[in-house]
Structure formats: structure tokens, C-alpha cells
Ligand binder design. Sequence first.
Ligand code: ARG
Length: 395
Amino acid sequence: MKKALIIFSGGLDTTVCVPMMREEGYEEITTVLVDVGQPRADIEQAAERAAILKTDHYALDVRDEFAADYCFPAIHANADYFGYPLSTSIARPLIAMRAAQKGVELGAELFVHGCTGKGNDQFRLEHGLRMFAPDVPITAPIREKNLTRTWEIEYAKKVGAPIGQSTDKIWSIDENFWGRSIEGGRLEEPGYAPPEHIFEWTKSFDDAPNEPQTVEIEFVNGDPVSIDGEKLDPHALILKANEIAGNHGVGRIDMMEDRMIGLKVRENYECPGATLLIAAHKALEELISTHEERQFKALVDQQWAEMAYKGLWWDPFMEDLNAFIGSVQKRVTGKVRMTLFKSSMKVAGRDSDWALYSEAAASFDDDEVLEQSQMTGMVRTHGMASQIYFGIKNK
Ligand code: ARG
């Protein structure tokens, strides 16, 4: 009996893949849902649909691992791809790795995923599968057969596959606790204003509280460990950060995104917790790192974001970047207070035993740590090359 494993979400695309693969002669179908914090209702629906389709279904809960080993490294790298904290991107390697391992364990002869040919996820997922199961072939029926949504719905009805209300769904939503991506339909047009109802985690400016809130986030070696004095594990801490920032309407991202295949698309995200935690982490690095470290880390962080966006999580370059980032994190220990108010956020205060800031040296009243008069000679040589050049030019 031929065995195929489908990376399953229970949505229209992956649901129609089940009867399609059966038609191709794969009698034993395994559906694997890797749980990185999708809505509980979606996870239940996937299990129900798998039961109706009579697949061998697994829901693998990797939420703690996702928080500690994927979201926290993203905080260390101040994850930012042109404004996007990489929520979908960093979940894909973990989803692919766990699905690949399950497939190897069960002896799957084919991997199936529901990506279309226009997005980034096809690259990220297939790369992850090839990393951990290099010998198993991969197929993406929606992409390979150029299927449209309308065709899929007709087909599902014809073969009696459970698709429920999916006809009504206008947006394509991808969700994990690091962020929510809402795309598709008119939302991809740069000129279309996103309607308020696409947002579920963040309040609008009008609905956000009229009182500001200040929260204190404590970091140890770059990891956020507590919020307002309450110690929380990585997963719980991110959920709490989502709740606090989302309540104040912080973390809505409306941007133009350059996809891997060269398409420029308008994207909408809600990443309240990621936005808050990364801003606080950056604020602490600003206090602790030297000028050269900050300058260089900005470049390293940018490269990290590029690699993460492409799903190249296990690349040697990623290891190199992580080595530098990790070295800096050894001192990123301290507390940051952030004030949230009406869709905005600012740093209210920060302290650390590693702070390079010296009040005595910076103060105008000081004459001991740095005697002003000693600066005269140093200032005189500043811009000497420009001065010489200017002289030559105007000869
Ligand atoms: N454009 C984003 C990325 O490539 C999000 C993709 C999420 N997919 C979706 N169906 N909403 O990371």
C-alpha cells in the first residue's frame, strides 16, 4: 500500500489534497498538523475533517519549542524583514522538520503540501522537508495542477470532501502566537484600505483604552523572562505580551512586502507581542552594546531576517550570524519599561548592570571622569582630511 503524508491544516487546499492523492493511488494517507499556536477551533476542525476523510491523523504540539527555540532567537535578532517580525516564516522550518520526522518514522513515500506557486511557504516547507527527509519526493498539487479555489470547491463537493463554510472565506489567514498574517483578495492591492474586521488580536485606535499602561519586561541573556515581575515560560510570556500590546492596539503592520519570487505584495499582520518584545529588547541592547557592536549587529540582524524570511534556518551562514548575536546576548540582561497608549508605544525607562552609560561621565557637572579642557586637541584634528581636500579643490 502506498503511503503519503500531507502537511495538513484542515483548510480547503489541504483537505482536497486527501481525495486527490487517493486518486493517484496513495491508499494510506497520513495527515500531520504541527501545532504552533493556530486557533484551537482550526485544530479541532482539522481533526474532524481528517476523521471524515479517514486519514491517520496526528496533531503535534510544538508550541513550547516554537516559543523557546524559534521566537526567542527572533527576539535576539530583533527580527524585522522590512517591518514584518517574520511570524509565518519562522514557524515553517519547525513545521517542516516535525512533519519530515513523522514521515520518516512512518515510512511515507511522498510528502504533500498545500502551498500555491506564488508565495514563500513553498520554498520554506520544501527546504525543511528535504533537510530532514532528503530521499522522500514532494508534491504540491495546488501548484502543480494550477488549481483555482473555485475548482477546488467544485471538486470537494463532487467527491464529498468536508469543506464546510470555506466558500465564504475571503482572506487567507496564517496564524501562530508570534503573529497573524491576513492576505489575499483585495487586501493585496496597495490602494485598498484594510477593513477593521480583519483584525482579531489588536484593538483599533478608538477602542483602545484611554489610559496609557506601562509594563516592565525583564530580560536575561536576551530572553524575556518576566512581565511586571511575573516570571513566565517562553510560551506563556508571548501570549501575555500579545494580550497587553493587542489591548492597546500596538502591533498592526500594513506594509509592502517583496516576496522571494520577486512579487511585490501588500501585506497585513498583527504581531502585538512580537512588536512589544522586540522593541523592548532593542532598547536594552542600546543601553548595553558599544557603538561598533550596535552598528555591526544592525547588519547582522538584517542578514538574519533575510535568511529567516527564506526559511534557511539551518544554513551555515545562519549559524555564523547566530554566533555573533549569541555573543552579544550574554550581556543583554536588565529591565525595560514600555508605555503603551492608543496604537503607539515608547520606551519609558531601562536599566542593566551591564549598562555602558555612565552618569558621571555624561553629566555637565562632572570635571573628574572627563575633564573638558582635555578635549581641545582631539577636536582640532576632527575633519582634517576634509579640510586638506577642500584646500586642494579650491586651489
Ligand atoms: N507573506 C508572509 C510570509 O511569507 C505570510 C504568508 C502567510 N500565508 C498566508 N496564507 N496568510 O511570511
